[in-house]
Design a protein around this ligand. Structure first.
Ligand code: CA
Length: 228
């Protein structure tokens, strides 16, 4: 099992992360303080990736990152940053983090980042396995990019997550609730309308004729379906 340290003092966020990592096949090791994190790292020398929250009760996540880096250059480190603190990203990367995820993040986004980091660490390297090709579409899950007939389509993170979800479930009718849970996460208490708005925008980008969609079709009274 691939062990991941999850350092986060807010229990609701931590359990959300842990549940989703488990679902993605990882073995999360939990810590609520910096001190606890160092203890867990010592007990589990096979931890290869660490997710570090920044605001912690004892020391901050940057310091944790710095100390891990001081003794281990190979550990994969992802900072969990707050939405508005743009500086956190820079500081985190400066202290040696490999990546950052901005809160609130979707399970799809988090696991995509963790998977990508694992691959970069050489855990499971197969360049080809990161490309999903369906019909005219080519999705690169490493770069999180989409091409249609060889042309790049610019996507937001959410749009990418939606496409990824569809490509993982070809031909399957997905309810709007399913889509909300997969893309935005179960903790997201938004309106279902956000699903429709994003699908509408996505159709404009990927359909040959957005008023007569053939890739993302509507399942009336239920949700949407991906078909090639
Ligand atoms: Ca915190």
């Amino acid at each position: 099992m691939k062990k991941i340290l999850v350092l986060e003092d807010e229990t609701s966020i931590r359990s959300f992360v842990v549940i989703n990592l488990k679902r993605a096949g990882y073995d999360p090791i939990e810590a609520g303080t910096g001190a606890e994190a160092f203890e867990k790292l010592k007990e589990n020398p096979d931890i290869r990736v660490a997710l570090l929250d920044i605001m912690l009760p004892d020391i901050d996540g940057f310091e944790v990152c710095r100390r891990i880096r001081a003794s281990d250059s190979k550990m994969g480190i992802i900072m969990l940053t707050a939405r508005t603190q743009e500086m956190d990203k820079v500081t985190g990367l400066m202290t040696g983090a490999d990546d950052y995820v901005t809160k609130p993040f979707s399970p799809a986004e988090l696991t995509a980042r963790v998977d990508a980091l694992y691959r970069r660490l050489g855990g499971e390297d197969a360049a080809d396995s990161t490309v999903i090709v369906q019909g005219p579409f080519r999705l690169n899950t490493r770069n999180r990019t989409l091409e249609k007939n060889g042309e790049r389509i610019k996507l937001t993170q959410v749009e990418y997550s939606i496409i990824r979800m569809f490509m993982d479930n070809p031909g399957k009718a997905l309810s709007r609730e399913d889509i909300l849970n997969i893309v935005w996460g179960r903790d997201y208490f938004g309106e279902l309308k956000i699903v429709d708005v994003n699908i509408r925008r996505l159709r404009i980008k990927i359909e040959d004729d957005p008023t007569n969609p053939t890739y993302i079709t509507t399942v009336w009274g239920y949700g949407y379906k991906w078909g090639i």
